[in-house]
Design a protein around this ligand. Sequence first.
Ligand SMILES: [Mg+2]
Length: 221
Amino acid sequence: MTYDAVVLDNDGVLTTMTDRSVMVRAVRGAFQDMGVADPDPEDVEQLIYGVTPEILQSVSDRYGLAPRPLWYRRDMRSSLVQEREVRAGRKALYRDFEALDAIDRPLGIVSSNQHRTVAAILEQHDIGHYFETVYGREMEPESLARKKPDPHYLDLAIGDLGAENPLFVGDSESDVQAARAAGVDSVFIRRDHRAETELAVPPTYEIESLAELPDIVHRSA
Ligand SMILES: [Mg+2]
């Protein structure tokens, strides 16, 4: 049976990664919104990538803050700065995006970025029409337990596409884990920023460019 749909991660797959310094500024701004003028740099780091509900709670506790408003401000500021990065051309579409034109299957996106951010990226790059379904996170702490490696949003996307044998494409271990949890095959795209990445969980396929994807999708699985 060939694959009947393709779901892709966004950051590091379709568009370039957001510069880390931009994210540091967003998180520091969120602390300042909450009245913390000079947060510990380590706590700022903790709220950038790989944030779990437990990490958010423990960081919030250290400053006597409620996690929900801190997280909302973190996500909103992060979304606004990323939108600016896209408009400034610093968060660009990878050149091999055009390979998606050769895929004769419905496409979807599942991102751990804010839904608002993913929507802005699609609009700015004028690529929304490629995708039949798109999921990012809601800007609330509960979404931290639903994001990849949890298959929550991937399951929803697969349901929307009515797919029985979809393929999920990502650039992180959490993408491969989410595919596995959803019971679907995975593609790990090893771009330059993942040159040194070692995966504890093997993907079904590994590629270096989206140009390799159409053949995988159309061949018999
Ligand atoms: Mg990614």
